[in-house]
Design a protein around this ligand. Sequence first.
Ligand code: BGC
Length: 465
Amino acid sequence: MFKFSTLLGLVALVPAFTLAVGEWGQCGGINYTGSTTCDAGLVCNVINDYYHQCLRGGTVAPPTSSSSSSGPSVPPTSTSTSSGPQPTPDAGNPYIGYDIYLSPYYADEVAAAVSAISNPALAAKAASVANIPTFIWFDVVAKVPTLGTYLADALSIQQSTGRNQLVQIVVYDLPDRDCAALASNGEFSIANNGLANYKNYVDQIVAQIARTCCPLVTSAITDLACLSEYPQIRVVAVVEPDSLANMVTNLNVAKCAGAQAAYTEGVTYALQKLNTVGVYSYVDAGHAGWLGWPANLGPAAQLFANLYTNAGSPSFFRGLATNVANYNLLNAPSPDPVTSPNANYDEIHYINALAPELSSRGFPAHFIVDQGRSAVQGIRGAWGDWCNVDNAGFGTRPTTSTGSSLIDAIVWVKPGGESDGTSDTSAVRYDGHCGLASAKKPAPEAGTWFQAYFEMLVANAVPAL
Ligand code: BGC
């Protein structure tokens, strides 16, 4: 920061020489009087009405002086998917060249957990988990306003470190959510205006990302910088864990059959809207023990392909997220006995089997894989055990060294230590899976902190923390 302000001071002192501004320096904005020329190879990007910045790879010139009279503008309440400028994605793996922003929400949870651990060695290991990037879940609409704070924070980190930042979010608030289970039933119901509420939730996420000064841009600018307030902060989304997998295999469950239209419309809406602000999206695709059974691969691929096509093949749509909040290894040295007789006994076998089915249907076969809690195998009574599986450990760290050209990144989606569901049999959201012998108990409500589970994940981590 010191370096930048020194440079800006120089710029303000000698504007007559039109001293060019270096990378990250200010080059425009309301009340700014310094140079608006960037060094060679840099472009002056509109960050907001008050701050334009020299960046590599940007393409948007700042608006002219007409912008200075209008003052701060407000986020749009809705965005269009069919008209107006559309951003253009970078080709290839969106994770390459970016540091993943660390979730402050999770860091707070971990800090509180650490303070409750008396064993110093375990506490030190536990503290290190806060430095491992984990997705930020927007599981209720009330959390959405924090997204803007995180993006602003990521931008400030990017400016002070010079390292590109990528914010990972989970979009998770469909009406009649978790239709085949009980533990994660959500806040919206289809019978009570749920789909409209969901669209409003998506709009609010988009508004957090959307640029506040869009009305000031009148020319045909088609760069992401005019659509996002944080054009150089990359956002990656996992969209609606479990939802479409339930549409493939669980339509025999009345709640899932009743949710089919709303899930399809809701997910389509989310993908289209996220696309307008340049969010790289991966739709959830269950895991090897769900859609990875040979009989499910074709129907799953067909459903995903239909969804993608009907959404208008959104340009930022990147592919599928697998094993979210589950326990499978990406590369198992040998099949866990519970996976028998499925030849696709781990995530790489599942992905390798699904990819050609997707590609032949015109669907982008790229993947991210959750390995956050996958360290220990042989701990489930059945492959379908998904709730707070006992003896699990933190798994392979997030990386783009995945060993497969199909896999963009190994990620941690489920924040380890947050419960999968309550073991209180009298709770409204009690699901029998959370009472199984394989489930650690007593467990609190889904999404809330489960201290004993977190400490177990820390102790059993592979590689060790
Ligand atoms: C819960 C959510 C939570 C998420 C991540 C889900 O099982 O239903 O409330 O945000 O897990 O922990």
